[in-house]
Design a protein around this ligand. Structure first.
Ligand SMILES: O=C(O)CCC(=O)C(=O)O
Ligand SMILES: [Fe+2]
Length: 317
């Protein structure tokens, strides 16, 4: 009897012990699982930090190669960057008195042309361009020569019956006023005599879409020097008629520089001007959606390459 009670007591003790062991085992398990949880939290949070750092490094290293010079979101009274003139450019300009720039540079201003003037020019551009259209992504309209992209070629807008009297005297007046303002801005900012710079060929409207290119005329994205592409150019100006990232995506203008390229984001009525030598190598990024409108207005120091203002006389011959 006593023996069996002893056995029961022992049994109880050993059960109690095993319960105690279970509790401490569970405690140990809990501690080690919370340790595991802490460890995996730490691993996750460290991975997130490392991943974020990698993203920041990636994007800032991209920024190192291309920096915005003129952002669409800012309204610039005037922003310039002086650069060393290329020797070929200087040598050529030597023979034109009063046309030598004080400094070679690029200069962007949103205050030379009003938004209203830009809108009026846009209406004129669309009126003409809708009568043609390149089969690739880039179309032009030159109001001086009448050249309008049509399929893979050009037609003379002043010579086709369907386009007769498309442009009014008022249209040509607006065009002339804008051109004069741009000419005086160039003269002022480059320190040259306004009577010694002349509008030159080609001066034209451009319309760029994301359509695939068909001919070389559609390939606007190659880096080039205007002085080499268009021999008579000495001062290039670009007037933008629409907004980057609103009217179209892609299509930023890029100055190709030694270390860091500089972008000009088109903005309605934004005027960009620069000396046309190899100090201002540039290209336009591909337009990925929407339609980009601009006017290339060019000036020469060589009177022999001057062009006339267009007028309704163009319809007379
Ligand atoms: O439209 C632009 O922003 C630049 C065009 C250009 O480079 C050119 O017409 O030579
Ligand atoms: Fe160009």
């Amino acid at each position: 009897m006593q023996d069996s009670r002893k056995r029961n007591v022992n049994k109880n003790i050993s059960e109690k012990n095993s319960v105690g062991e279970n509790v401490s085992e569970r405690k140990n398990n809990d501690i080690s699982s919370s340790k595991n949880n802490n460890l995996s939290l730490r691993v996750i949070s460290r991975s997130v930090v490392i991943f974020s750092l990698l993203i920041i490094v990636y994007f800032s290293s991209n920024d190192d190669k291309t920096k915005p010079f003129a952002k669409q979101s800012e309204i610039l009274t005037g922003k310039g960057q002086v650069i060393e003139c290329s020797s070929d450019y200087l040598k050529e300009l030597d023979k034109y008195e009063g046309c030598f720039p004080k400094q070679c540079k690029r200069f962007v201003s949103d205050k030379v042309i009003s938004e209203r003037e830009a809108d009026e020019l846009l209406t004129i551009a669309k009126k003409g361009l809708q009568l043609g259209g390149s089969s690739g992504g880039a179309s032009i309209l030159d109001l001086h020569s009448g050249a309008l992209s049509m399929g893979e070629h050009f037609i003379n807008i002043y010579k086709i019956a369907a386009a007769k009297n498309t442009f009014s005297e008022n249209d040509f007046n607006i065009y002339r006023v804008v051109k004069e303002k741009v000419k005086y801005a160039v003269a002022h900012h480059f320190g040259v005599n306004p009577n010694k710079i002349y509008l030159t060929h080609p001066t034209f409207f451009s319309e760029i879409t994301s359509k695939k290119s068909v001919t070389v005329h559609d390939e606007y994205w190659h880096p080039h020097v205007d002085k080499e592409t268009y021999k008579s150019f000495h001062y290039t100006t670009l007037l933008y008629l629409g907004d980057y990232n609103k009217d179209f995506k892609g299509g930023r203008f890029v100055f190709v520089d030694e270390n860091v390229n500089k972008t000009v984001e088109p903005r309605k009525a934004r005027l960009s001007m620069f000396t046309s030598g190899s100090e201002n190598l540039h290209y336009v990024e591909k337009v990925t959606s929407g339609v980009r409108y601009a006017v290339t207005i060019s000036f020469t120091c060589d009177k022999q390459h001057a062009i006339e203002n267009p007028s309704t006389d163009k319809y007379k011959n």
